[in-house]
Design a protein around this ligand. Structure first.
Ligand code: NAG
Ligand code: NAG
Length: 366
């Protein structure tokens, strides 16, 4: 599942590469330093190629060039390279791409494109230092920011899945030590149902206007909620207090307050992802951007702001993905900052989630 979503991601990345000005997820001409940004990405690609060729076993070089550097392709065509090895290289590449943005595209660090870049980093790196990431998640009401705060969604999902584990392992949550196997199973199922409901809340509640399929909703259903029998969760959600007793309302557990049942799903948003109005005219970080990569490695990037001229970007109201009658759209013309309709947010269901939940589901069926 995560492999196919990654392949999809690579496809999106690949198709955008064929357009001249597109560098990674960005249109480089929108960056404060377009040339610097493009050459930064070129250097990163070289570093990545060297990483794969020098570290991953089994004819890396040939594979790398036949795959045009696509990680999902390499994982499929040359499994001998080792998925972990190519993933580690990809993790490093994503980190360096974040540096490129901070250095040469500092005026776009709240954009959908930047968010997609950081989401890649979070999906490729095995235990990233989430708190050390720069401009992450995007603060509220930031200029030129993405219409949907995908960083906030990702963070909530991460905390919810953690809480699912904490909840399942803590029977004192409901005020008693359970010895009866049926009661333990029921309690475990309640933890899972609360987590599923919280994930729906994180997606639909954070970005109610955005089409949920752009926010990996279908993947969560296919990968977790459907196999976990979400459709049977109604009675558990009525009987248990997910937010209070089971802990999902705590801020460090995702801070979810609204728990949907299978019969009461929220309405789907219809909009694509786009960047709202506003201009960042000076580097938010100042002259040096510092952030931590894997808790010990500090990246320090000098931000050349002196000669940069940042022109404003215009925002559209976002295109309506499903309906052609975009009457509500407040479009103000073609916007440079608009993300291509259909560009995913790069939110995926991370593989650690699946491993975790499969463990819990196996326990429940014992
Ligand atoms: C288990 O839940 C109870 C009640 O919510 C809480 O006081 C306790 O700290 C939790 N224990 C652990 C190990 O998380
Ligand atoms: C709402 O979105 C979800 C996720 O993409 C999809 O599974 C569902 O069918 C949609 N519902 C409607 C009524 O379109």
């Amino acid at each position: 599942m995560s492999v196919s979503s990654r392949a999809l991601l690579a496809l999106v990345a690949l198709s955008s590469m064929s357009l001249a000005k597109e560098v990674g997820y960005f249109d480089s001409s929108s960056c404060a330093d377009p040339k610097g940004f493009a050459s930064c990405y070129e250097n990163v690609d070289t570093t990545y190629a060297n990483c794969v060729n020098n570290n991953c076993a089994g004819g890396g070089e040939l594979c790398y060039s036949s795959c045009g550097g696509s990680t999902s392709c390499m994982n499929e065509q040359c499994p001998g390279l080792g998925i972990d090895c190519t993933k580690a290289c990809e993790c490093e590449r994503s980190a360096l791409q974040i540096d490129c943005a901070g250095q040469s595209c500092w005026n776009r660090v709240y954009s959908c494109e930047y968010q997609a870049t950081v989401l890649d980093y979070l999906s490729f790196c095995s235990s990233p230092d989430r708190d050390g990431l720069p401009y992450w998640p995007t603060p509220d009401d930031a200029p030129d920011s993405c219409s949907c705060n995908t960083g906030q969604i990702e963070q909530k999902e991460y905390l919810i899945v953690n809480q699912m584990d904490v909840c399942s392992n803590n029977q004192t949550n409901i005020g008693r030590i359970m010895t009866d196997v049926d009661a333990i199973t029921e309690y475990g199922q309640a933890c899972v149902c609360c987590a599923f409901s919280a994930i729906i809340s994180a997606i639909w509640g954070t970005c109610p206007d955005t089409q949920p399929s752009l926010l990996a909703a279908d993947e969560w259903f296919a990968g977790l909620l459907n196999p976990g029998h979400w459709e049977d969760c109604g009675p558990f959600l009525e009987k248990y207090d997910c937010g209070g007793d089971l802990g999902f309302g705590r801020i460090d557990a995702g801070g979810i307050t609204k728990f949907y049942t299978p019969g009461s799903l929220p309405t789907n948003g219809t909009k694509s992802l786009y960047n709202v109005d506003g201009v960042i005219s000076n580097p938010v970080s100042g002259d040096v951007l510092t952030w931590t990569f894997r808790s010990t490695l500090v990246h320090a990037v000098t931000v050349p702001s002196a000669d940069a001229t940042v022109t404003g970007t215009k925002a559209t109201g976002g295109s309506d993905v499903t309906a052609a009658t975009a009457a509500a759209s407040t479009a103000t013309g073609k916007a440079e900052s608009d993300v291509k309709p259909g560009m995913g947010s790069s939110l995926i269901v991370p593989s650690w989630t699946i491993a975790g939940i499969v463990g819990i589901l196996v326990l429940l069926t014992l």
